[in-house]
Design a protein around this ligand. Structure first.
Ligand SMILES: NC(=O)c1ccc[n+]([C@@H]2O[C@H](COP(=O)([O-])OP(=O)(O)OC[C@H]3O[C@@H](n4cnc5c(N)ncnc54)[C@H](OP(=O)(O)O)[C@@H]3O)[C@@H](O)[C@H]2O)c1
Length: 268
């Protein structure tokens, strides 16, 4: 079980990236309610402060904030060092921070695309690399990597984002296998469209995907990921319909799946 008995000062802690809003914010509450102290990171300091104060009030757990831009390649090590200097025993790592961009590959901003690669793949991989040796040594630890149903097919008009999430699934499933027998659990969560700031930030608000009426709440998505982590699952797709679509996509020709994905990325 991931959950622990609260009211014990020496309780272990969970580090959550992208905690300032959306799915990450819900992970913060889930971890704290399960008895973990939380270390919250994202760029927005005021939002992290407000969340940390609310977590402390509602759950009596300790909540720390480390504001940081994880699209900078130097940040994961700085985050690891700052988190290691807190008086907490980190036992859970939730790699949740990520963003997308909608548009033609050659027209989207080049710097933003490179930042997306660094955040969605680089920071997630680097943080996993930094925390895993400690988890292995202690024979206890939990890593939850947030991918997307975008991982299961090519994504025209969101090509880089879909490809980053395919990487997250492949990487997470491989590490899940590698850590078997070491007391460590690694799970990959694949949400479908979820009601957060993601669609507005990525320019996907008006797309058929987000107008389809199949949008889940961030709490429901986070709970599914958290439960799968406890159960030791390698991968979980959030929501029955999303799971069915991900399953069926396996049998479709890749360019047919790409055409379907493109249709969903077009404006409704
Ligand atoms: N919402 C969906 O439909 C959906 C579907 C599938 C997968 N996902 C995945 O779910 C995860 C969470 O997304 P969400 O839906 O909760 O989106 P969101 O509401 O936009 O939240 C994204 C979080 O990531 C943080 N973040 C963004 N850029 C960052 C950077 N450069 N450095 C550090 N933190 C950064 C944001 O905080 P700051 O802006 O304060 O830095 C925020 O806390 C992402 O990996 C996303 O790809 C979302």
């Amino acid at each position: 079980m991931v959950g622990r008995k609260p009211d014990n000062e020496s309780m272990p802690a969970a580090l959550i990236t992208g905690a300032s809003t959306g799915i990450g914010r819900e992970f913060a509450y889930l971890c704290a309610h399960a008895g973990y102290d939380v270390v919250l990171t994202a760029r927005s300091e005021p939002r992290l402060e407000e969340l940390a104060s609310d977590v402390r009030q509602r759950t009596s757990r300790r909540a720390f904030i480390i504001p940081m831009d994880l699209a900078d390649a130097r940040s994961p090590r700085q985050l690891y060092e700052q988190a290691s200097n807190l008086n907490v025993a980190l036992e859970v790592l939730i790699n949740n921070a990520g963003f997308g961009l909608v548009g033609k590959f050659w027209e989207l901003d080049e710097d933003e695309q490179m930042q997306m690669l660094q955040l969605n793949m680089g920071a997630l991989t680097h943080l996993t690399r930094l925390f895993l040796p400690g988890f292995i040594a202690r024979r206890r630890g939990y890593i939850l990597n947030v991918a997307s149903t975008a991982a299961f097919q090519p994504g025209p008009l969101m090509s880089v984002y879909y490809a980053t999430k395919a990487y997250v699934v492949s990487f997470s499933e491989a590490i899940h296998n590698e850590v078997r027998g070491y007391g460590v659990k690694v799970t990959c969560l694949c949400p479908g469209p979820t009601a957060t700031e993601f669609d507005k930030r990525s320019g996907a608000s008006g797309t058929k995907l987000f107008k389809s009426g199949n949008t889940m709440t961030p709490l429901a998505v986070a709970q599914i990921g958290w439960d799968a982590l406890q159960a030791g699952q390698s991968l979980v797709v959030a929501g029955g319909l999303n799971g069915l679509m991900a399953f069926l996509t396996r049998f479709a020709p890749r360019q047919f799946a790409a055409s379907m994905a493109r249709r969903m990325q077009e404006k409704a």
